[in-house]
Design a protein around this ligand. Sequence first.
Ligand SMILES: NC(=O)c1ccc[n+]([C@@H]2O[C@H](COP(=O)([O-])OP(=O)(O)OC[C@H]3O[C@@H](n4cnc5c(N)ncnc54)[C@H](OP(=O)(O)O)[C@@H]3O)[C@@H](O)[C@H]2O)c1
Length: 288
Amino acid sequence: MSDITVIGLGAMGSALARAQLKAGRSVTVWNRSPDKAGPLVADGATAAATAAEAVAASPITITCVKSHPQTTQILRNAANALPGKTIIELSTGSAAEAEELAEMIEGAGAEWMVGIINAYPHMIGDADTVLTVVGTEQQWAAHAPVIQALGGGSVHVGDQAGMLAALFAGLFTVRQGFMWGMIYGALACKKAGIGLQTFSDLVPISMGMMKPYYDYFAATAPTASYDDPPATMRTYAAALEDVLASFETLGARDDLPRLFVEMTHKGMAEGLEDKALTAVIDVLSRDG
Ligand SMILES: NC(=O)c1ccc[n+]([C@@H]2O[C@H](COP(=O)([O-])OP(=O)(O)OC[C@H]3O[C@@H](n4cnc5c(N)ncnc54)[C@H](OP(=O)(O)O)[C@@H]3O)[C@@H](O)[C@H]2O)c1
């Protein structure tokens, strides 16, 4: 018997297995292409011949393959070994795929946790690396040390298998908002003859406002505390209208700033002009 099994030894799965070895746990590994187990065996892991043998070898199995459906398939084939085990699924996938996997694991008499790794493989094991994990409170209490060996800043965020896909969509949208903001900013600058080197050098001015933007969001959105903000929806609307006018004058593609103006006007149309910009969440959430 081992302390932990790791199934899937790609770039990430190998890093996960290595971190468990480093944390002093005995580790059994299995990968579809068996050659990938070699370096881990050299580091002290035990290679299993089949996925079922790997699951049987430990009370806890970490799975990290291409995506949830591949994990589901692997575990279906290893169903005889599942009763009484805990599976910690760290592959990515959709909400529906995560729910299907959880259902299959429960049906086979095992327990599941699902996590998202917010890191590259070389960051696995670092104190500030974060895995966002769902599962029951009891599972988190029992298995947090295993998960925190992979990312010291890991957090438990709920108990529904499908929650992580929504959380990932939300967090990815935050950083993609920044990325697409830079891309559209570049469109306006190009039209105005401002070199992208100059624009790129000046983007950190906006990055300096990210923390105050976050503080504004955190102080208003979670508790719906929209009164007396440091900048009102009306103030943002005026600035966004000016931005849109600049895009129009320049002849730059303007659908992104236009979307910002239209959404802000929706909030204004509901009489929220003196509230925080984040009050628009309540308006827009009725659309979906
Ligand atoms: N790399 C990252 O930076 C990163 C960051 C966060 C999350 N993740 C997630 O971690 C997971 C693994 O990523 P990775 O970077 O390790 O990818 P990878 O290096 O491409 O490895 C993919 C792994 O999945 C296995 N696999 C693929 N299809 C399979 C199948 N049908 N049956 C059995 N095994 C199969 C591969 O086995 P073979 O060796 O036999 O092909 C390999 O072990 C993904 O869900 C990814 O989204 C990765």
